[in-house]
Design a protein around this ligand. Structure first.
Ligand code: NAP
Length: 469
């Protein structure tokens, strides 16, 4: 068995296989450490906006989270610790470039020309690993350092410098308040104002008892389900969330002019709802300017907006998000030479986000339509880990060679999903949830409860089970 990726998804699969008694698997990771996005995103203030009680594996609780919402170093340290038991199964520096199914097995090809054989292949390559830098004219002229939030250049000392930040998404609302006290000036370029809710963060004292940890996890999950229900149920539910965000703005932004400029113009939940207590206070700081005029170009000494004004800066930081990954390895060739990218034709889809007809024994983790707008993706990832283990168990117990989702089952699932998503909250504006043609390929349309129920057991009737490859 081969698992590609050692982020939350890939490690979750490896740990689940290990817990189920399987030892013959290899995790291939292109970097030199575990963690995925929690290894890459080291920007100041990086933290998770989902409480750690639920943003962790249920089978590896951490009673010693220092805060309710852990910071990136603590999350990365947790992942390193939790994955220690499978550490010797991980090959670092293994950059997978292709995988091909033939003769009943997968052959996984690495960038260095080597290859690894596998009966089962799990692709857990994440959705947000490729930083997106917008094409704005003049960037190459800029005289100072330029970097993306996910590739933070810690060698650049921001003390006393003027920093231009493009973007006001989940990353920017965390790093702007963290750099504001150090920088001489911060100019934030906002294209779309986000809906921001308060973050009920708290420092933890002492280790939590197991029963308290479980209760916190359940309570957080319920709260996430409630938020999702509000966001996806229609205008009334969305209005409640928008109202809470408006009340938060009224309290945190007394200045009417600034408040008008941070008022969202998109419906709540259409883009990710953000949680922060220090975003608005940072925008109110005397050394911070919020610019809502569109960017025209980057100059040698700053950023020029369409009104002709040049905003001087020494450092330029992109908080502009990610090019959503293609949900699978770079090149995947299934039965009869089928190419996954061609099959998808720009619209990634998989049965339950995991299985694709024509690609036997291939499982995608955190695949198409398994991201969430209101709850912890760990809930989805764990459901997928259980599903993969059930499939591997079935193959091991029966001696069957392969499992492949039936085309008619996958098509029915996809059609229903499209239907639900078309009228849903994410269809209302552009965001990383949607492809250029408007398809929503990232998000699950309902509650995690429904996904948990639908993945609870491996429905053999949904699959073609072959005795030989
Ligand atoms: P993002 O949510 O995609 O936000 C990107 C920001 O850059 C948006 O404000 C966007 O404006 C702006 N932008 C993009 N191109 C631009 C351009 N050409 N000119 C001006 N503005 C531009 O990216 P992110 O903040 O990195 O977050 C991405 C995802 O990562 C999140 O949704 C979340 O899933 C995950 N994340 C999670 C956490 C956490 O705490 N759990 C923290 C960070 C990130 P528009 O809105 O107008 O496009």
């Amino acid at each position: 068995m081969v698992v590609v990726g050692a982020g939350f998804g890939g490690l979750g699969v490896a740990l689940s296989l290990h817990r189920a008694g399987f030892r013959r698997f290899t995790v291939l990771e292109r970097a030199d450490g575990v963690g995925g996005v929690w290894r890459d995103n080291t920007y100041p203030g990086a933290a998770c906006d989902v409480p750690s009680s639920l943003y962790s594996y249920s089978f590896a609780p951490n009673p010693e989270w220092p805060r309710r919402y852990a910071a990136q170093p603590d999350i990365l340290a947790y992942l390193v610790r939790a994955s220690a038991v499978v550490r010797d199964r991980i090959r670092f520096g293994a950059d997978v470039v292709a995988a091909r199914f033939g003769g009943g097995r997968w052959r996984v090809e690495l960038a260095d020309g080597r290859s690894v054989g596998a009966d089962v292949l799990v692709s857990a390559v994440g959705q947000l690993s490729r930083p997106l830098v917008p094409r704005i004219s003049g960037v190459e002229r800029f005289e100072g350092p330029v970097f993306h939030s996910a590739r933070w250049d810690h060698a650049v000392d921001l003390r006393g410098r003027r920093v231009a930040v493009v973007g006001t998404g989940a990353s920017a609302v965390q790093f702007v308040p963290a750099i504001q006290p150090r920088a001489r000036a911060v100019t934030v370029f906002q294209r779309t104002a986000p809906h921001v809710l308060p973050k009920p963060d708290a420092v933890r004292r002492g280790a939590a008892r197991p029963v308290a940890s479980r209760a916190a996890r359940f309570g957080t999950w319920l709260a996430g389900e409630a938020l999702t229900a509000l966001l996806t149920s229609g205008p009334v539910g969305r209005g409640v969330v928008a109202g809470l965000a408006a009340a938060h703005r009224r309290i945190r932004v007394p200045d009417r002019d600034l408040r008008a400029r941070v008022r969202p113009t998109t419906r709540a939940g259409c883009k990710r709802v953000l949680f922060s207590n220090d975003w608005y206070p940072a925008l109110r700081a005397p050394n911070v300017e919020l610019v809502t005029e569109p960017i025209a170009e980057v100059t040698a000494y700053g950023v020029r907006t369409r009104d002709g004004r040049e905003h001087r800066a020494d450092v330029l930081v992109w908080g502009t998000g990610f090019a959503v990954a293609d949900f699978a390895l770079p090149r995947v060739t299934g039965r009869d030479g089928a190419d996954l990218a061609e099959v998808w034709a720009g619209r990634p889809r998989a049965h339950l986000g995991m299985c694709v007809p024509g690609f036997p024994n291939l499982f995608l983790v955190y695949g198409p339509n398994t991201n969430l707008g209101g709850n912890s993706v760990l809930t989805m990832i764990e459901a997928q880990c259980r599903y993969v283990v059930a499939a591997v168990r079935h193959l091991a117990a029966t001696g069957a060679a392969s499992l492949e989702v039936r085309a008619d089952v996958a098509e029915r699932f996809d059609a229903r999903l499209r239907d639900r998503l078309a009228g849903g909250v994410w269809a209302g504006c552009s965001s990383w949830y949607r492809t250029r043609d408007g398809s929503i390929t990232t998000n699950w349309p309902g509650l995690t409860w429904e996904y948990l129920r639908r993945t609870r057991r491996l429905r053999l009737a949904d699959h073609l089970v072959r005795a030989e490859g």
